[in-house]
Design a protein around this ligand. Sequence first.
Ligand code: ATP
Ligand code: MG
Length: 192
Amino acid sequence: MYNLVVFGAPGSGKGTQSARLIDEYGLYHISTGELLRDHIARDTDLGRIANEYISKGQLIPDQLMIDILEHTIENNPDTANGVIFDGFPRTIEQAHALDKMLAKRGAKVDAVVGLEVADEELIDRLIKRGLESHRSDDNPETIQNRLKVYNSQTAPLRDFYTQAGKYHAIEGSGAVEDIFHSIRESLRPTRS
Ligand code: ATP
Ligand code: MG
């Protein structure tokens, strides 16, 4: 089992690079953002709760998010070969929960890819995406709040995973293909 966390600020390209990585490594992709947006689109109970937070640029409460993730892993036998976690963990509490979940299965987080992009570029990308995405959170006000939330609640994970010797800093601006190549090179030694 090889478990990879794709980490970075909103708009850093987690989804784009995850798509390339699944093809390359044959891993199962869990995007918590896509999962929640799917619930919102289907107007489920969870979707209604999630939308309250997402439209304000806030995080879904930890315990709810952790339960959803555990449920997803349990109900997908395809996760047994390993998973790309895209958008999770986003808090230290979620990171501890992920360690526990994987430990139960005799596994661990093998590597964390951190896509690093300057704030001005993130804002540019998200505003552009908002023109087509129709996402309730891709508008200038909510974008500002998402970056604030990222800096206060999620960014500390960079130190957390650096101390664990798992963090791979990747320059996240430039051509999609070049970024993908640097991820691949950086991960090579972690895949035995
Ligand atoms: P990117 O553009 O790099 O894919 P993103 O930040 O635009 O990243 P998603 O990962 O799709 O978007 O997440 C969208 C929203 O869903 C978040 O702003 C948050 O409200 C909610 N969400 C997603 N994952 C989590 C999580 N692990 N914990 C709490 N809330 C989450
Ligand atoms: Mg995404």
